[in-house]
Design a protein around this ligand. Structure first.
Ligand code: TRP
Length: 329
């Protein structure tokens, strides 16, 4: 079966990107872009319906698109669409695929188990959560994606996708192209406060792309580092952030030099933080300037999304049509 999309990736529009999201997810897409790979990127606004109100999602989706554009995603190379623009096709295929799995199988998906563990009344969790991987399979199969870059936790969903596609193909003919997972090695960017990974659920330990210079300074100043001469996970994470956000080679060299001094036993963590603050403030100021410019021109964002939507819609209609034909519907 032929592929229609080289690389497909979806982001849940949950609002408020952190520097960890930039250094992880956004950079992955940027690297493909730099390598000349054609990528289709979408805001997974239907997936967001599992735990958010629709009224929040629309704005978050536009914001996530603006964020990605301001962070260097080039719409001439990477096409961007909204999942809800192909809602009919997506929901239809989800239904056609769902009969190829069982309730028991879906209940065994670890991401669901994790979610249910955290909810007070698992029996009251909304049923769309159960369908999360089937919805994701519909996204991927509709676009006939060849490779799907995902973090470790999403690999199971790719397995579900492949299994559904294989079962359908075996019963009704070769309709779906089997996607290959591209496992992304996740960066160990930790909370500045030492509460595990940096995440928007612990805002004091996270640097948001919307933070002011003052907030950035305050957060970094309060961050834990390492004793002179020692390296630890926290300092490693700070170094990843500083070097990842650095605007030029000199800044990277400066960080390397300070770290060398630190490892030789000198008390230079104050100097390190000053440099990290400067680098982070500059990066975020540059980002906010670009983002503001993009926001002043809603026609621009809309035209980017319209173009992506058209591509996604054409692919989706073709795939859904061939699936229906195979089923005799
Ligand atoms: N579930 C993914 C996440 O939480 C987002 C997503 C939805 C996705 N549909 C997708 C990713 C299709 C890749 C392909 O990160």
């Amino acid at each position: 079966m032929e592929y229609k999309t080289d690389i497909l990736t979806g982001v849940r529009p949950t609002g408020g990107l952190t520097v960890a999201n930039y250094l992880g997810a956004v950079n992955v897409v940027k690297n493909f872009q730099d390598k000349g790979r054609s990528t289709l990127l979408f805001a997974a606004d239907l997936h967001a319906l599992t735990d958010r109100e629709p009224s929040q999602i629309k704005n978050n989706s536009i914001e996530v698109v603006a964020d990605y554009l301001a962070l260097g995603i080039n719409p001439l190379k990477t096409k961007i669409f909204l999942q809800s623009a192909i809602m009919g096709e997506t929901a239809s295929l989800m239904a056609l695929l769902a009969r190829h799995t069982t309730v028991a199988e879906l209940l065994r998906v670890p991401t669901l188990k994790e979610k249910l563990k955290n909810s007070a009344n698992p029996e009251n969790a909304n049923a769309l959560l159960l369908f999360y991987p089937v919805l994701m399979a519909a996204d991927i199969l509709l676009q006939k994606a060849k490779q799907v870059p995902v973090g470790e936790d999403q690999l199971v969903h790719l397995e579900v996708t492949r299994r559904l596609a294989e079962k359908f193909n075996k019963s009704y003919g070769e309709v779906f192209a089997l996607p290959q997972p591209l496992k992304i090695k996740s960066l160990r960017i930790l909370s500045l406060k030492g509460e595990g990974k940096m995440s928007k659920t612990n805002p004091n330990g996270a640097i948001f792309l919307t933070d002011s210079p003052k907030e950035i300074e305050k957060k970094i100043k309060a961050a834990e580092t390492a004793f002179e001469g020692k390296m630890n996970e926290k300092l490693e994470s700070h170094i990843l952030i500083a070097k990842g956000l650095a605007g030029n080679k000199d800044e990277i060299l400066e960080i390397d030099n300070i770290v060398k001094e630190h490892l030789s036993g000198k008390a230079v963590m104050g100097k390190f933080k000053q440099e990290m603050i400067k680098i982070t403030q500059n990066f975020i100021a540059g980002f906010q300037e670009k983002r503001n410019k993009i926001f002043k021109d809603p026609d621009y964002i809309n035209s980017v999304i319209e173009e992506g939507n058209k591509i996604a819609k054409t692919n989706a209609q073709e795939t859904l049509d061939s699936a229906k034909k195979a089923l005799g519907l």
